[in-house]
Design a protein around this ligand. Sequence first.
Ligand SMILES: [Zn+2]
Length: 688
Amino acid sequence: MKSFLIYPLLLLFGSLCSSSMKENNSGMKQEEDKFKYQTEQFADLAILRYKVPGFDELTLKQKELVYFLYEAALSGRDIFYDQNFKFNLEIRKTLEAVASSYGGNRKSEDFKKFMIYAKRVWFSNGIHHHYSNKKFQPDFSEEYFAELVKGSDQKMMPLEQGESTDSFLKRISSIIFDPDIAPMKVNLNPKEDLVKSSAVNFYEGVSQKEVEDYYNKMQDKNDPRPVWYGLNSKVVKENGNVKEKVWKLGGMYSPAIEKIVGWLEKAVTVAENHPQKKILQKLIEYYRTGSLKAWDDYNTMWIQDTSSRVDVVNGFIEVYNDPLGYKGSFESIVSIKDLEATKTIDAISRQAQWFEDNSPIDDKFRKKNVVGISAKVITVVVESGNASPSTPVGINLPNSTWIRKEYGSKSVSLGNINESYNKAASEELLQEFSYSDEEFRLSKEYGTITDNLHTDLHEVIGHASGQINPGVGTPKQTLKNYASAIEEARADLVALYYLPDKKLIDIGVMPNDEAFKAEYYKYISNGMLQQLARLKEGENIEEAHMRNRQMIAEWCYEKGNSGDGAAVIELKKKDMKTYVIINDYQKLRSLFGQLLKEIQRITSEGDYESAKAIIEKYGVIVDKDLQKEVIERYKKLNIAPYKGFINPVLKPVYDGDKIIDIKIEYPEDFTEQMLYYAKNYSFLPNRN
Ligand SMILES: [Zn+2]
């Protein structure tokens, strides 16, 4: 199983906070909110902020814990840049030198274009688009870039020893400007060598086959509790031998890891309880030794800690950025539990066995005993690495298949991030893609609550359900480059299938029997139309979540149109604009059920050919005319398809050496935050 992130559909289809249920759950009235949620917009990106309600209610000891974990999170930030591409840190440092010291005209159009490029690099943690994985091009010339570099503080430029500015420029410019150098961060085209054609810094001097052979030899297929081989290392060839450079204290990335460990050690001293102390100590052991067994032990302990108020994800976690799915990208999320909002997700997770028993999948793929799905809503305090500035709205960890089977998993919904998306969402967009007043009304009334429920069901029930046939191997091994899209489809389909179920009304999490329509409409509209706005004209879909959404929508569209009777889903034109219409919501539900059954079979049997066939047929190819239309409609609305966040800043207040309080501030300027991080958290050399 590759990974368990949910990315917000909300990016594209904002829903509004007007549901009474949400008020009941949070116990809060919708007051007028003066907080500035969106601060700026450039390229295809918007920058948002989020609040941290509840921080001030923490005890001093809890605040200290949060603060130490916050520092540990930011200390690893450089690692993710380097993992994404081996020249990212050098380029970033060059851009930062210009942004903070260029002495020429800073008001010109060209300089504005330069700043947009710099902001895009910060947003994507490198020179490849965070979502499409393609290298993006600056809007200014190479000559202008040379002028900027020469007109800035030379001491800040990351020159190699003895290198002249001219030869530095020649080297770095070709990496930035030449479209043929490192065009894709992650290439998933099965016709090519995925390792050699991907720019990520996980492999060097080796072919896909060499990497696969290397790990196949290491893996024992009969081991019921295998570690995640390759998770924390780079694979290189030295003197003809393939070997790993491990990311640990004293290994690769050591300068940043030393800082992380230093802050984690402080965190241990203020842990909330004994188990949490042990967990943090295990994480330190893992960073010290690089032992993947220690990592598994850490995760099994971490899952079982459900009582601590403060929690952290810190490590090499998500494997999306490795075309082969071995290597974890650094990420950290520090959070406090939202006690009120956790009640809904709790109600769902308590019914996990019921959902499993009633799922429309084949009996032989059903889990007889669903174990330990713990779910909570968290309030994020800081994010770093792969989770920042662009962030998931839900996470379900750990990724290890055997740990999930034996110990379950922890499912987390990022409450205040979701809230911020909702607040910043545009009513105009909702209107633009609603066929009639009825769809608009449903979305407005129920969009937020059903969207949250979709996330909860996807994470808590979806990823945790079903089982793989004995001896088949993990989806990563069997479904390869289609594993992520299939896994996300499976979790989405479980959520979609259950949204109209009376069970949700019975357990008090769904207000009535029409609310689910808001999510159905949004899902199909997004899968067939709206998400096309994320692509450049003429591009097909590469990203796993997008492939999964289009696959589900297009499959249901096709299957619902065959045979007699009215089509389940229609595409209709009105005033030259295309809209989705859902004619029969109950039939759509049964289509979701049929597809879920097939996707579960593919997963359980490890049926690569079927996975490939269904994703390639429905999930990849884009209708170019429709795409053009959607891109134009978005352009008119001037809404950025991707959003990312400025983090709050934590500041300790001292009395002598003693911390007496931690203050939280909410900065408003993205560039300032990026330069502040550069100044305070640049721990790695230019190349690693
Ligand atoms: Zn997921």
